[in-house]
Design a protein around this ligand. Structure first.
Ligand code: HAM
Length: 421
């Protein structure tokens, strides 16, 4: 039997209501905060990511699904969507007709692909929901508004045990001198670091902070941080961002070692960590990316945004909320028919109920009463509607509450009214 590829999975019908609930809550948050949806292709020119996300990142260096198309063009399955959204923003001149400083708010929902080592909460095909605020303004209030929206979103899903980490990674001109300093400090302890860290030292020294090994962590704690190296303007920007969070009563922790895994960030970066997710506990990641548009060949453009893993968000939903969601996804009624005439009649009644907006299930096979009722229960429906020859003649049907066992004889109008209630 052919099975799914390692790191990919089927999201089965039983779990779909939870996925839809997260999507619905996100769409509602985006609606309230003025974002429009954008759908970009899943395949892009490889260059978009090598230049946009950065050659030295783990994502580009070892995690991309890249292939050569028949016309010798190098194509990549998108590992993230920020570069694509910025590309689309420039390609379609979405900035045209904007007032000075006016921003464009875009969101996306869809699959991303990274060839990481699969484990709980980490997949090779995973799903992200993200939002990007793009334009000519880098006002820190934009950043606080994004966090405020995420805060509302998490609370609306009942997720209350998450933690917001913030940092400033400075501007690109500040990172150069800092990186030199960092590399010097790493060089002094290089022989005590793991192989991965040594590789990061060669290619992208900042990534050393991502190392999860306890041994390395202790050494890393002594390295100089970017936050100590940033200039007055970046510092002021970060202070304003934090004061906007304070004004919104949003709790956060400054983590000067949080550097994010993509190269396009400048100034504000943040992550939201889930309370009960285990090793892969980063729910949301985001930040400012003022230089990204230029690295992919566009005009200077500012940007701030985030993405969260839908897979991880579903895993983080508290049991009480998940139970409520499953409850709401139950069908209203299941039609039980006894005999061929009743089968035809049931199809006709089902059509009426469905036209009235009710979720009505029905089995096509003629069965004995006991088995038919068992199917009604298994369907998850709240009620069974029993239809036999007597019921057809009288025009009233037995509506049975499958939770209480209570039964009533009602005509179709009364049934619709009761079920809608
Ligand atoms: P990222 O931190 O690479 O950022 O990914 C964001 C989120 O996607 C993570 O926090 C995690 O929840 C989820 N995620 C990432 N990789 C996996 C995986 N292999 N399996 C399951 N979930 C995963 C970005 O992608 C940026 N584009 C975010 C952004 C938008 N920054 C600015 N705008």
């Amino acid at each position: 039997m052919i099975q799914t590829i390692r790191g990919t999975r089927d999201i089965l019908p039983a779990d779909i209501p939870l996925w839809q609930r997260v999507e619905e809550a996100a769409r509602e948050a985006f609606r309230r905060y003025g974002y429009s949806e954008i759908r970009t292709p899943i395949i892009e020119k490889t260059e978009l990511f090598t230049r946009g996300v950065g050659e030295a990142t783990d994502i580009v260096h070892k995690e991309m699904y890249t292939f050569t198309d028949r016309n010798e063009e190098s194509i990549t399955l998108r590992p993230e969507a920020t570069a694509s959204v910025v590309r689309a923003y420039i390609q379609h001149r979405l900035y045209a007709n904007r007032a000075p400083g006016e921003v464009t708010k875009l969101y996306y929902i869809g699959p991303m692909f990274r060839r990481e080592r699969p484990q709980a909460g980490r997949y090779r095909q995973f799903y992200q929901i993200g939002g990007e605020v793009i334009g000519a303004s880098d006002d820190p209030m934009i950043e606080a508004e994004v966090i405020e929206m995420l805060d509302w979103f998490l609370i609306s899903l009942g997720i209350e045990d998450s933690q917001l980490l913030v940092n400033s990674v400075g501007d690109s001109h500040e990172r150069g001198p800092y990186l030199e300093k960092l590399r010097e400090s790493i060089a002094a302890v290089l022989d005590r670091l793991c192989n991965d860290c040594r590789h990061r030292y060669e290619t992208n020294a900042l990534r050393v902070f991502d190392c999860k090994f306890e041994n390395c962590q202790e050494i890393i704690a002594g390295l100089p941080t970017i936050t100590d190296a940033i200039g007055a303007e970046s510092r002021a920007h970060f202070e304003q961002f934090k004061s906007h969070l304070d004004a919104r009563c949003i709790a956060y922790t400054v983590n000067p070692r949080m550097v994010r895994g993509l190269d396009y960030y400048s100034r504000t970066a943040f992550e939201i960590i889930g309370g009960h997710l285990g090793a892969q506990n980063t729910l949301v990641g985001g930040g400012r990316y003022d230089g990204l548009a230029e690295t992919i060949g566009g005009p200077p453009t500012k940007g701030f945004g985030f993405a969260f893993g839908l897979d991880r968000m579903v895993m983080s939903m508290p049991e009480a909320e998940a139970a409520r969601v499953r409850e709401r996804a139950r069908p209203d009624v299941f039609l039980v028919h006894l005999g061929e005439a009743a089968r035809n009649h049931a199809a006709f009644i089902a059509r009426k109920l469905r036209a009235a907006g009710l979720a009505a299930g029905m089995d096509f096979t003629d069965r004995k009463m006991k088995k038919a009722m068992a199917l009604a229960s298994e369907s998850g429906a709240r009620f069974a509607l029993i239809i036999g020859d007597n019921e057809i003649a009288a025009g009233v049907y037995a509506l049975k509450n499958l939770e209480t066992g209570e039964q009533q004889s009602l005509d179709v109008e009364a049934i619709i009214e009761k079920l809608k209630r």
